[in-house]
Design a binder for this molecule. Structure first.
Ligand code: GLU
Length: 531
């Protein structure tokens, strides 16, 4: 199709679609802590909805009770709340695990009675059928197929003709089996050899022949739907206009498209997001990669209530939610400009689903850290002062003044990526050194050092002990004595901080104050130049 025809087509489609309110959902299954890839899916849904003035829903897909993990639902709610991704409807709206909105309940296990009628509708229309094969029988068939060289046996439009189901058994036998309580499932009846086509917003046209699709189970005998049925029914009932989800769901989309057709429902638009890849680009970033590669893959710390397994999170690593969210947004999207630093609101403005990349997004922890650093630098001074004071209180049990905090931040901000760096970089601000870097002592501390420091202390007596005055007096001392910086600078640092690493020592001295600095010089001289 030529470009212009395609444009006209897109325009017409938008025009036709425009009376449909934009409604999207994030629909995680509570099978463990929410992976950062899941948070990105939620984020893109949120950005898409907010940009277009639509609704963002949080639905919990917990039909697979065998995989249910206690605490996971709360984790999902907490993680989204930390990121500032707030749903308009669904779980957690209006309090902890509240279930709120015009389509409540939003937890699929609580919606169980809803699904049966839809399975019945498909049965009546001949798009679904009862299947009575027991798990043992299916297992035996799979085993036989495997030994015959077919490891991927499927229940599909070909094999179903020789299975125990409503298509092969006489009607009265089906009724008898159902009445007798024989275990059964309801399967979709895949059309044979038909092309299923749909347009994905990110991947363009997707086309699959139904010969490659199996007769998936839609509803189990206990009345619990599977993911496919519940997902499509709920997206319809909740009036979802766009399904934005991870690429791993792309293989399920043709079945979903067929289900919409069978039900005679308007199909939502689909957008399948690219995978998050490991830093080396080799494969999907998995839940286990975090431990292996030394960075978090979850938003928050996690403890499994039953197994006590733990996982570490970005929050506890010291990330700002804004830095984390900014970083996530760029894993698979960019605005097409040079701007990289965005708040959540700015992301809403800039976001476009049509700019999401097709190729997998390689994760880079250093880049993630860089995003946080940029957000740290853009923090309002007042907020940062409070964060620093709280950090110092927690770490050292010391209450510092606002003035002290502001000065310390100014000194250490350049080298910091996290507030915790600001706080943790200089324990010597809060405690006298209890050791001195041995290499520096060996290299720099001479029999003259004590005397040099003594002279400096005397010169500083006459100053107001501010950074500039301390530095000016120090320089005058070097000029008068003819000593080089290297002969005195490291020695001074050693005496005050115990280490030669750090920002301006005069700034540090101003913060520490005259009395303490003099005591530190005295301690260093006593220890390093014993009389
Ligand atoms: N419950 C699925 C999940 O855990 C949702 C897939 C979808 O969005 O359709 O990701």
């Amino acid at each position: 199709m030529g470009v212009s025809r395609r444009r006209i087509f897109a325009y017409l489609k938008n025009f036709i679609m425009s009376d449909r309110r934009v409604r999207v959902r994030f629909a995680p299954s509570p099978t463990g802590p929410l992976h950062m890839g899941g948070v990105r899916t939620a984020l893109y849904n949120y950005l898409f909805a907010k940009k277009l003035g639509g609704d963002f829903l949080l639905r919990i897909e917990d039909t697979d009770q065998a995989r249910f993990v206690p605490g996971a639902e709360q984790y999902i709610v907490d993680a989204l709340a930390w990121c500032g991704i707030s749903p308009d409807e669904g779980i957690g709206v209006g309090g902890r695990l509240a279930d709120h909105g015009p389509h409540a309940p939003y937890r699929q296990s609580d919606r169980k009675p809803i699904y049966r009628q839809y399975a019945d509708q498909l049965l009546a229309a001949g798009h679904a059928y009862f299947a009575f094969d027991t798990p043992e029988e299916l297992e035996a068939i799979r085993e036989r197929a495997k030994s015959a060289g077919n490891p991927n046996w499927q229940y599909n439009s070909i094999t179903r003709t020789s299975m125990k189901n409503g298509l092969t058994l006489p009607e009265d036998e089906v009724s008898r089996l159902l009445a007798s309580g024989h275990p059964y499932v309801i399967r979709v009846k895949m059309p044979r050899n038909e092309e299923v086509k749909f347009e994905d917003r990110i991947r363009s046209w997707v086309s699959v022949n139904t010969l490659n699709l199996d007769d998936k189970v839609l509803l189990k005998g206990d009345g619990m739907p599977t993911y496919h049925l519940a997902n499509v029914v709920d997206d319809h009932l909740m009036e979802i206009s766009h399904v934005i989800r991870g690429e791993e769901w792309l293989p399920s989309a043709p079945l979903h498209v067929l289900l919409y057709r069978f039900f005679g429902w308007e199909q939502p638009e689909f957008a399948h997001l690219p995978l998050l890849l490991r830093p080396d680009g080799n494969g999907k970033l998995s839940k286990r990669d975090g431990d292996r590669l030394g960075f978090p893959v979850f938003p928050l710390n996690w403890v499994n209530e039953e197994t006590h397994e733990t996982a570490s999170g970005y929050r506890e690593r010291g990330f700002y939610p804004s830095g984390f969210v900014n970083m996530l947004a760029f894993l698979g999207w960019n605005p097409g400009t040079n701007q990289e630093i965005f708040t959540l609101d700015e992301l809403v403005e800039a976001f476009s689903i049509d700019k999401v990349h097709r190729a997998g997004a390689r994760f880079d922890f250093e880049k993630a850290t860089w995003f946080n650093q940029q957000h740290l630098r853009q923090r309002s001074p007042e907020v940062l002062v409070e964060e620093y004071r709280a950090g110092v209180q927690a770490e050292y049990g010391i209450a510092v003044s606002e003035d002290f905090a502001a000065k310390a931040i100014a000194l250490f901000l350049d080298r910091a990526e996290f507030v915790s760096d600001l706080v943790g970089a200089a324990p010597y601000l809060f405690a006298r050194p209890d050791a001195y870097e041995p290499q520096t002592v060996a290299k720099k501390w001479t029999s003259e050092s004590g005397s040099h420091l003594g002279q400096l202390v005397a010169l500083w007596e006459a100053t107001d002990y501010r950074e500039e005055s301390l530095e000016a007096a120090f320089k005058a001392f070097l000029a008068d004595s003819g000593l080089g910086f290297g002969a005195v600078g490291p020695v001074l640092r050693l005496a005050i901080a115990g280490t030669t690493q750090g920002p301006s020592i005069f700034g540090v001295m101003e913060l520490i104050g005259r009395l303490e600095c003099e005591a530190r010089v005295a301690q260093a001289v006593a220890q390093l130049s014993p009389a």
